[in-house]
Design a protein. Structure first.
Length: 367
């Protein structure tokens, strides 16, 4: 039996009702090859489910059609299948792929977050993703609106690799406005899904796909989350269950998204402000080429970010470094903004490297 027939057996097995990842994992302990599982039958219930799928080569025409569309199949026993994913108790035994996974993707970090980030969240996602990409770390996410796609685009812009895990078929681009990003990732990284081509992005698919995002990564970075039940925190919880590292970007205590991230840090997630924090923590798990990275940490460079009108107003009121600072109360008088609002904007500017806070609630532009 050649490779295409072997893939056809996996494809046929994947279509058997009631035989999911956990069941296949158990069956593989008894029958090492999918062809053997299809030929066995085992229990009466499994016999009924498998009876129509006894021919292990029945799916070969479909495999050939998928290959013609540029969609490859990565079976559980394929050398290119992500090794960390294979170690899970419920790994998808078949992945559909556009693009290509490489050895470099063994050093992968997931980045997730809310769908409507503020300017600070967007800036931090870009800052961390581009830093990881420049260091050679693959950024994994779900191509969703907001932090996911912002991080993946930043990784590509930095010349790095990124992998998207979809909650739809690998040929279904969702959301549709990410068509250009999708094709860029398929060309310079990979797009994966365990759902068959044509599968719609149903709500129940996304929590399932999140275990793949965390499972193939060394750790998960959360950049802003809107609720305790958000997809971001579901992914973080899965990462903990999978013995992966969890990182969170600190936020303003005056914003809901910031408070959720801060609670995650209080619960034990690593606080991170730049890619260097993650690289240093993961160094024991990274390939040898990473060992000399950041031996002499430098001051972080300011993040290029699109400032809101309020942030622009506040920044224009600040003097250059070395010229003394402006007190918070003075900024409130000059800007006509509430203290709480000013504090939130200044924190965003400070963590983005544009503003420096001095003792006594004085602020200046960062050098």
């Amino acid at each position: 039996m050649d490779h295409l027939d072997h893939l056809a057996a996996w494809l046929t097995l994947s279509r058997v009702p009631g035989v999911g990842p956990v069941a296949v994992r158990a069956l593989l302990e008894l029958f090492p090859q999918p062809e053997q599982i299809l030929a066995a039958g085992l229990s009466p219930a499994q016999v009924d489910a498998l009876r129509a799928s006894r021919d292990p080569c029945a799916g070969r025409p479909e495999v050939e059609a998928l290959l013609a569309q540029g969609i490859t199949l990565l079976a559980w026993d394929d050398p290119q299948y992500p090794e960390r994913l294979r170690q899970l108790p419920d790994p998808p035994f078949l992945l559909y792929c556009r693009g290509r996974l490489t050895e470099a993707d063994r050093a992968a970090v997931a980045m997730v977050g809310c769908r409507n980030p503020d300017a600070y969240g967007e800036a931090m996602a870009k800052r961390i993703a581009s830093g990881l990409a420049r260091a050679g770390v693959t950024v994994v996410s779900g191509m969703a609106r907001g932090i996911d796609s912002i991080a993946q685009q930043a990784a590509l812009d930095a010349g790095g690799r990124t992998v998207a895990v979809l909650g739809s078929g690998v040929d279904v681009i969702y959301p549709p406005e990410h068509t250009e990003l999708y094709h860029a990732m398929a060309e310079r990284g990979a797009v994966l899904s365990e759902f068959p081509p044509g599968a719609e992005p149903l709500a129940g698919h996304f929590p399932v796909r999140n275990r793949i995002i965390s499972g193939m990564s060394l750790g998960v970075v959360v950049v802003q989350a809107m609720s305790e039940k958000s997809g971001s925190l579901i992914t973080a919880k899965l990462a903990l269950e999978q013995n992966r590292e969890v990182y969170a970007v600190p936020g303003s205590a005056l914003s809901h998204a910031g408070r959720v991230a801060n609670r995650l840090i209080k619960a034990g997630a690593h606080l991170v402000e730049e890619a260097e924090d993650i690289l240093q923590d993961l160094r024991p798990q990274l390939p040898g080429r990473f060992l000399n990275l950041a031996s002499s940490p430098a001051s972080p460079e300011p993040v290029c970010m699109e400032l809101s009108s309020q942030e622009q107003r506040l920044f224009s009121l600040l003097p250059e470094l070395g010229e003394g600072g402006v007190h918070l109360d003075t900024l409130a008088q000059q800007s006509k903004l509430a203290i709480s609002e000013i504090s939130q904007h200044l924190l965003s500017l400070e963590l983005s490297g544009l503003v420096k806070k001095l003792p006594g609630n004085y602020y200046v532009r960062a050098g």
